[in-house]
Design a protein around this ligand. Structure first.
Ligand code: ASP
Ligand code: MG
Length: 323
């Protein structure tokens, strides 16, 4: 892809920005319609599959008093309305948990717009955008195994459907997709010991099929076994170097345990007050879930370098926003 960053040498401090015309040329690329066709097929396959499984679609939440605290630094994206501080959704994890605790249904999913004002260092990762869509799923009374089985079926279905229904588009994109025949399972400690801290990248580059990495230190809401200390969570990782696809876990639902883990992570209890109230009332239930980024999925399906290549109006960390 052409270089779409335009340096401005006359500025005292060099700046880069998207020109409006460049943004339109990005959309005018011949392959853009093929990419969106793949995205349309993938999302049809996702929704058909979840429909068959009886998992119900919820509307997204964009503004709320609470959102995912995220275990890494992002810039503040809150705003004020009538004296209230409202967060733009980083992920709907807490809403998913509240919903499956209260709703008489097997599970829910949301095609959820998420805003994460990531640091500039993520701009070259190939898989970070300031705003993206996450298919966020939560299953009531489910285990890690239940959820991982659901996702393996979903990914196999999506890849098979895209391969069958988008053959000319994939051929033009030069992408030879392989329907997964296995989903290997690794533990994060074992991989770290073998390959160092960047094990996800390394193993993603080596593998030919999507694989799971279990058990890493994450948010307060992911379950941690009280005795063994094991984190009952998982990442699904794409093969061929495409990196992380999905994160999720079994959830903590007991008030005392949630509080303990929030304190350990130095999350502000005030910031989560309404959520904590519901937890204290005993309304949360055991559940398991996770979410995958739509643009990351399309990038993998189309075999593109960067998520910016597959979205009409990309917002890449560190770059100026035009549209
Ligand atoms: N969607 C994730 C989850 O369900 C949270 C995240 O976005 O990392 O755990
Ligand atoms: Mg993650």
């Amino acid at each position: 892809m052409e270089n779409i960053l335009i340096p401005v040498p006359s500025q005292p401090t060099p700046k880069v920005f998207w020109m409006p015309k460049k943004s339109i040329e990005h959309i005018q690329r011949k392959e853009m319609a093929d990419i969106l066709k793949v995205q349309s097929a993938a999302m049809k396959a996702v929704q058909d599959y979840l429909w068959e499984k009886g998992i119900l679609l919820s509307s997204p939440v964009i503004l709320s008093t609470i959102t995912d605290p995220l275990n890494h630094d992002v810039e503040d994206s809150s705003l004020k309305y009538r004296g209230q501080k409202l967060e733009l959704t980083k992920s709907m994890i807490l809403h998913k948990q509240l919903a499956v605790g209260a709703l008489d249904a097997k599970g829910i999913y949301i095609v959820s717009p998420n805003v994460r004002l990531e640091g500039d260092h993520t701009s070259l990762s190939g898989r970070h955008l300031l705003e993206f869509s996450q298919v966020d799923i939560e299953l009531r009374d489910a285990s890690s195994e239940d959820f991982r089985k659901l996702i393996e079926g979903l990914y196999t279905h999506v890849i098979r459907y895209v391969k069958e229904s988008c053959a000319p588009e994939l051929a033009r994109l030069g992408r030879n997709l392989k329907v997964p025949t296995e989903y290997k399972v690794f533990k994060s400690d074992e991989l770290r010991e073998k390959y160092g801290d960047r094990f996800e990248e390394v193993v993603s580059g080596m593998e030919k099929s999507p694989f799971w990495v279990l058990s890493h230190y994450r948010e307060f809401y992911d379950k941690q076994d009280k005795e063994s200390g094991e984190h009952i969570n998982y990442d699904l990782v794409y093969p061929e170097g495409y990196g992380e696809a999905l994160s999720g876990g079994e959830r903590e639902h007991e008030y005392g345990r949630i509080l303990e883990k929030m304190r350990e992570r130095k999350n502000s209890e005030d910031a989560f007050a309404p959520y904590l109230q519901i937890a204290q009332m005993g309304i949360l239930r055991p559940s398991a879930g996770g979410g995958f980024g739509v643009e990351r999925m399309v990038r993998f399906l189309c075999g593109k370098q960067h998520v910016r290549d597959v979205i009409l109006f990309p917002k890449v960390p560190g770059e100026k926003v035009v549209f």
